[in-house]
Design a protein around this ligand. Structure first.
Ligand code: FEO
Length: 184
């Protein structure tokens, strides 16, 4: 008896999302290593923590596929892009990655709606909310950098920004604590 409750197309798109979240984790990890090598240990810490968030997202999609009786396929992931040129480039690229991920999540929502797979539709709503938060986190980084002086930022203001971001993960709501009932 076939107990797989996912259609072939839904199973494929969810597996793609598993790979995408794993890739996002590697991107944050590589940007974190770059930030550390540039002396921004606070920002590196921030990016490392976010890498872990992405891994949690990957696990969440994996678990859903398994709960629905589907098959998880772990695929190879791409090498992260080259190192950013500077902090602005780092945050701008991060924002683009998040927007790209939001588009992928929307693809899952659209397909689930088209197939009237309400379980997957409901599952994907958590990620829709999560992406609002993820995009906002990066927008805040870009704002903070602008306030620090943008391209004219002094070493002192960058030092302060780095220090602030190094502490911030304990102050901002963590994405993994969000749920439909408690979107933090
Ligand atoms: Fe898993 Fe940054 O989205």
């Amino acid at each position: 008896m076939d107990t797989n409750r996912l259609s072939k197309k839904i199973e494929v798109i969810l597996n793609k999302q598993v790979t995408k979240e794993a890739e996002a984790a590697q991107i944050y990890l590589s940007y974190g290593c770059w930030a550390d090598s540039e002396g921004y240990s606070g920002i590196a810490n921030y990016l490392f923590r976010h890498s872990q968030e992405e891994r949690n997202h990957m696990m969440k999609v994996m678990q859903y596929i398994m709960e629905r009786g589907g098959k998880v396929k772990i695929e190879a992931i791409k090498t992260p892009p080259s190192n950013p040129k500077n902090l602005k480039d780092c945050f701008e690229r991060t924002f683009k990655h998040e927007v790209d991920n939001s588009t992928a999540i929307n693809g899952i929502v659209n397909l689930a709606h088209e197939e009237k797979d309400w379980a997957t539709f409901n599952f994907a709503q958590w990620f829709v909310k999560e992406q609002i938060e993820e995009e906002k986190l990066v927008m805040d980084l870009l704002d903070k950098l602008k306030i620090a002086g943008g391209p004219e930022a002094t070493s002192e203001s960058l030092f302060n920004l780095d220090h602030q971001l190094g502490k911030s993960p304990n102050e901002v709501p963590l994405a993994r604590e969000a749920s439909m009932e408690n979107p933090v």
